[in-house]
Design a protein around this ligand. Structure first.
Ligand SMILES: [Zn+2]
Length: 123
């Protein structure tokens, strides 16, 4: 077992391929094969089973930092899009909800696995 397999990582696309698979399956009844390996936030390639979408399960520190940054960027992005003139009010409301969810995920990835705060300092 390599060093990258000692941790649970996050898929570098934040599991978008799996979400798309679920959407296709739910909409059209199509089910594609799950990917066997994933490129991770820390730059490794691991078995897909070695990744998680749950902040409490991702143990790889660089992947946690990566996910924190990506979800923070996503929160900023949806706010920018919602601020575009002519955006329908319902889309703005969805963007505000998405921003809250992204910020919550960013906060959870910013801490230690299991929910402890990340701001521990060592003497
Ligand atoms: Zn990692």
């Amino acid at each position: 077992m390599g060093a990258s397999e000692d941790h649970i990582h996050i898929d570098s696309d934040l599991h978008a391929a799996v979400s798309a698979r679920h959407t296709l399956a739910g909409t059209f009844g199509l089910v594609g094969d799950l990917p066997t390996h994933a490129r991770t936030g820390c730059g490794s390639s691991v078995r897909y089973g070695g990744t998680s979408t749950d902040p409490e399960h991702v143990t790889c520190p660089p992947c946690r930092t990566y996910a924190h940054r990506r979800y923070t960027e996503s929160a900023e992005y949806v706010v920018r899009i919602a601020g575009t003139p002519g955006t329908p009010p319902e889309l703005t409301a969805q963007a505000i909800r998405a921003r809250s969810e992204y910020l919550e995920l960013a906060r959870r990835y910013g801490g230690e696995p299991g929910g402890a705060p990340a701001a521990r300092t060592r003497p």
